[in-house]
Ligand binder design. Structure first.
Ligand code: SAM
Length: 236
């Protein structure tokens, strides 16, 4: 899968993704991350990419022309019109279902704003999906883009190895994951629950499911309600 990030801070994207699991997948050629510097497409002699907002008000706005040109530089090399995600606090809140949906794409263009945002006209031209990572405001879209890229990448076949399987993670079945333990058996007077040492897989699964329900009810009552409702409907 190929990510093409349109940004004013390409190094931030490359530094953030070239390590750990995404870095390994990039080295193996399963993923590619191209960070396109929007500033390279400025036609201004000082390489400026922002200007004052029409109508007044605080801050600067990223201009439409360099963003459009950066997009075209990517799109003209692709075989079909790509999906373009604009990272914005005004978008749909990102979730695991959206990650699965984006992971089906061969190419994904991700546009990062800065300052007060981007001239609306270029957004209307190129953006297919408006995505937020939560109800708070960041200084730029780069961290948000990395959140999306990281979570989508884990769903691309071959990125995780067997021991890092994504299937039992939180949200995959609508619940939070059960608690995890590793050696030693006893830590500061706390023992690993006996059932996990029993070797009885059916009992382990039943315990994990019960704990999943318990912590979803406690930490995410909204998800718990949804889960219980959909499962009671299934059994009607
Ligand atoms: N003026 C904009 C508004 O009020 O909606 C906020 C602009 S913000 C300071 C600058 C850039 O950061 C945005 O263009 C967007 O790309 C990114 N950004 C900020 N918060 C975000 C969030 N919660 N999710 C995704 N991107 C975000």
């Amino acid at each position: 899968m190929n990510f093409h990030v349109l940004t004013l801070f390409p190094q931030m994207i490359l530094d953030g993704l070239n390590t750990s699991i995404t870095g390994r997948a990039i080295d193996k050629g399963i993923l590619s991350v191209e960070a396109v510097d929007i500033r390279d497409f400025s036609t201004n002699k000082h390489m400026k990419v922002d200007d004052y907002p029409y109508g007044g008000g605080a801050g600067m706005v990223m201009q439409a022309e360099p963003v459009q040109a950066a997009y075209e530089h990517v799109a003209e090399r692709l075989s079909k019109k790509p999906r373009v995600i604009y990272m914005t606090p005004q978008g749909h809140t990102f979730n695991q279902q959206m990650a699965h949906d984006f992971a089906k794409e061969e190419d994904l263009v991700i546009l990062c704003g800065h300052y007060e945002g981007i001239d609306e006209r270029v957004l209307e031209n190129i953006v297919t999906d408006y995505v937020s990572i939560g109800d708070y405001v960041l200084t730029g879209g780069e961290l948000a883009a990395m959140v999306v890229i990281d979570s989508v990448s884990r769903l691309v076949p071959g990125v995780l190895n067997n021991t890092e399987s994504a299937e039992t993670e939180s949200f995959e079945n609508g619940l939070l994951e059960y608690p995890q333990y590793t050696r030693p058996v006893e830590f500061m007077g706390k023992r690993v629950p006996d059932v996990l040492l029993s070797g009885n897989h059916a009992k382990v699964d039943a315990w994990r499911f019960e704990k999943s329900l318990e912590r979803t009810k406690k930490y995410r009552p909204d998800l718990y309600e949804e889960y219980m409702q959909s499962h009671s409907e299934m059994h009607q």
